[in-house]
Design a protein around this ligand. Structure first.
Ligand SMILES: NC(=O)c1ccc[n+]([C@@H]2O[C@H](COP(=O)([O-])OP(=O)(O)OC[C@H]3O[C@@H](n4cnc5c(N)ncnc54)[C@H](OP(=O)(O)O)[C@@H]3O)[C@@H](O)[C@H]2O)c1
Length: 345
């Protein structure tokens, strides 16, 4: 049964710095959604909140068009098909993954959706974390770009987050010495005690620089999720032939980057610094998911989720990524899990 109204969140104004309560507006609108040919009506179950969304709010060149003022905020998620249009390759009850946006219901083209098959030993929610974009980013960033090898020293920033925590665990499994950087004692304890990194360092500590140098010495791979000062410091500690993986720069998303000064070490150490986008690896997602799911089935890949309830809370939840208020993959639960269970996953 479709409701008479549904809730959605639209972009009202582009933030100059931090996201504010004025950035988005929540609307309850009449239900007028009907899938056309090769389209489906999807009821959202989980929405993913990601740092990259901050970039979509800027009116500037990026890997995706900016979200337009007045449009529903873009965002990926998982939902259930409730109605299939003529000629659609999906049917009611299918669980799909795609750019649902911040809304309870969406009409989406078939071509932007993937059917989700949940292997035994993992949960649907894992497709928002280790088997979703953040886990896949960790996998391809560490192995394809970072080319980590046993015995090497790997440094990971944003280490307690969704991407970083998977990088740390993959790094340990590959036989590297892993030094993790995070923003609180709690997160550092989790990284050392639960994830088994060799050392976790709190970048908010007044002794961070000294702690970093003494724990790291020199590094082979720096997996960068944050940019800014930590990237600059890491560039001063490169070994010959080191690889710097530019995954993200969350420290610079709300403001203008101030620039790195230590880049000349890339020359003296014949090191490589490379940016990458997980979307470019789409043809190999199945391979990575198989490996990551295997680790989960063995119990050797730990994950944490930070769940916020209700689509209307997306605007207040997104800033948690920038304050470090999230503990694990930040997601919004839009609908109860029940309809999914009845969809016989
Ligand atoms: N290249 C790609 O294809 C790709 C794909 C997915 C994600 N990414 C990038 O990967 C990074 C992590 O994303 P995620 O989704 O996994 O988020 P996340 O790590 O789960 O959450 C973001 C974390 O960043 C840390 N942080 C925030 N501001 C910071 C600052 N100024 N300095 C240092 N740390 C800061 C916070 O942890 P603390 O408490 O430790 O500060 C926060 O919890 C982001 O930069 C994202 O853009 C890239």
């Amino acid at each position: 049964m479709t409701p008479s109204t549904y809730t959605r969140v639209v972009l009202v104004q582009r933030p100059k710095g931090d996201i504010t309560p004025e950035t988005f507006r929540t609307e309850v609108v009449p239900f007028d959604l009907k899938p056309q040919a090769k389209q489906v009506l999807v009821k959202a179950t989980y929405l993913s909140l990601d740092p990259t969304m901050r970039m979509w709010l800027n009116d500037s060149r990026n890997y995706m068009e900016p979200v337009k003022i007045g449009d529903v905020m873009r965002g990926s998620g998982i939902g259930v098909v409730t109605e299939a249009g003529p000629g659609s390759r999906f049917k009611a009850g299918d669980v799909v993954d795609g750019l649902i946006g911040w809304r309870e219901y969406a009409v989406l083209d078939d071509k932007g959706l993937t059917k989700v098959h949940v292997p035994s030993g993992v949960e649907l929610m894992d497709f928002m974390g280790p088997l979703g974009m953040t886990g896949l980013t960790a996998y391809f960033g560490l192995f394809d770009v970072g080319k980590i090898k046993a015995g090497e020293t790997l440094v990971v920033s944003g280490a307690a987050g969704a991407t970083g925590s998977v990088v740390c665990q993959l790094g340990k499994r590959a036989g590297a010495k892993v030094i993790a950087i995070a923003g609180s004692k709690d997160k550092c304890d989790w990284l050392e005690k639960d994830l088994g990194v060799d050392k976790a360092i709190n970048y908010k500590s007044p002794t961070f620089r000294k702690d970093f140098i003494s724990a790291v010495g020199y590094l082979d791979v720096y997996f960068d999720n944050v940019g800014g000062e930590i990237l600059n410091l890491s560039l001063t500690r490169l070994k010959l032939g080191a690889r710097v993986v530019l995954c993200g720069g969350i420290a610079d998303y709300n403001s203008k980057p101030t620039g790195i000064t230590a880049y000349l070490n890339l020359i003296s150490q014949r090191a490589l610094m490379q940016g990458f986008l997980v979307l470019d690896y789409a043809k190999r997602f199945a391979e990575a998911r198989q490996e990551l799911a295997k680790m989960m089935q063995e119990g050797s890949l730990k994950r944490q989720f930070h769940i916020v309830e209700g689509v209307e809370r997306c605007p207040e939840a997104l800033p948690l990524l920038f304050s470090g208020g999230n503990k694990g993959k930040l997601i919004v639960r839009v609908a109860d899990k029940q309809p999914l269970l009845s969809a016989k996953l």
